[in-house]
Design a protein around this ligand. Structure first.
Ligand SMILES: Cc1ncc(COP(=O)(O)O)c(C=O)c1O
Length: 293
């Protein structure tokens, strides 16, 4: 009996196996990075923070004037069908919307047909438990990105190069540092430090992505009476902090135990990171029923 191929991709109204999914050569996402994206965690077959991801995606679409006609309900239906079709319970749902295909010309085409693409790939969130226990290292790198990184576009070349440099040097993440020495965020994560029991993270601005995990951590920390300050901090502040950490959809909370080879605090995950990690784990469990092994 033949087993049907998992269908974990969606492009322009069609469901298919990911290896059969393609886009035309004149897609503007491919030609100009003229597209936005979202990455959502799927745990126990359920989407984490789905309304927040939809809301951010709508904001990005309107910032770039991409007229996606799908309703939130239609997007949710496609996502759920892909999750079921993938036969994975834990994974990452990737959504991309480009300004569609058109003869190559920088200005917008007269008539725009946005292209909606989604994939669902298996992802092992349990692997994060070990990293959470050990902590991870980061290295600093000059921020050479464009001036609107608050819009989640597929224009990620600076992030790709920064993360490759970090990986080649044996680090988990690269932290982008502005010319004035301010730590902005990581290549694909938001950056945090802890000083005197208070959490600090860069304020929302054009220079950081408004991370869904960042927003969630701020709410969880405040609800647990852990003070949070959204204000810039420098690389020197980070190196001299009691603790440091990073957050993202794929790494909900990881302690940072060294920066540029210098230990943060005593070089091991600290008590505030441990407390926050347990708040995040409880929230994930509340929404999806998922627990780390
Ligand atoms: C540059 C950057 N900052 C922060 C984040 C974290 O955002 P989120 O928590 O929504 O995953 C990401 C995620 O991809 C990112 O690419």
């Amino acid at each position: 009996m033949s087993v049907p191929m998992p269908q974990h991709a969606y492009v322009d109204g069609q469901y298919m196996a990911i290896r059969d999914a393609t886009v035309p050569i004149e897609d503007r996402g491919l030609q100009f990075a003229d597209s936005i994206y979202e990455v959502c965690a799927v745990l126990n077959g359920r989407l984490l923070d789905w309304p927040a991801h939809l809301q951010r995606m709508r904001r990005n679409l309107s910032a770039l004037f991409i007229p996606l006609s799908h309703s939130d309900a239609a997007l949710g239906q496609i996502a759920r069908r892909l999750i079921a079709g993938s036969r994975a319970t834990d994974g990452l749902l990737y959504i991309q919307v480009s300004r569609g295909s058109a003869r190559r010309d920088h200005g917008f085409p007269g008539v725009v047909h946005p292209r909606l693409m989604m994939t669902m790939r298996r992802f092992d969130f349990h692997q994060r438990a070990g990293q959470q226990a050990r902590g991870v290292s980061v290295m600093s790198i000059p921020d050479q990105r464009w001036g609107r990184v608050d819009i989640k576009t597929t224009n990620l070349l600076a992030n790709v190069l920064a993360k490759q440099d970090a990986r080649a040097a044996g680090h988990f993440e690269a932290w982008f540092v502005a010319e004035d020495g301010t730590v902005r965020e990581g290549g694909s994560t938001n950056a945090w430090i802890v000083r005197g029991g208070t959490l600090h993270t860069h304020p929302l601005s054009a220079h950081i992505l408004p991370g869904i995990a960042r927003d969630s951590l701020i709410r969880l920390a405040r609800a647990a009476q852990i003070p949070v300050v959204e204000a810039p901090f420098s690389l020197d502040d980070a190196k001299g902090a009691d603790e440091a950490l990073l957050t993202s959809t794929t790494a909900p909370l990881l302690p940072v135990v060294s920066i540029d080879g210098q230990p943060v605090g005593n070089g091991t995950p600290g008590p505030v990171a441990a407390r926050l990690a347990s708040l995040v784990a409880d929230e994930i469990h509340r929404q999806t029923g998922w627990r780390s092994r």
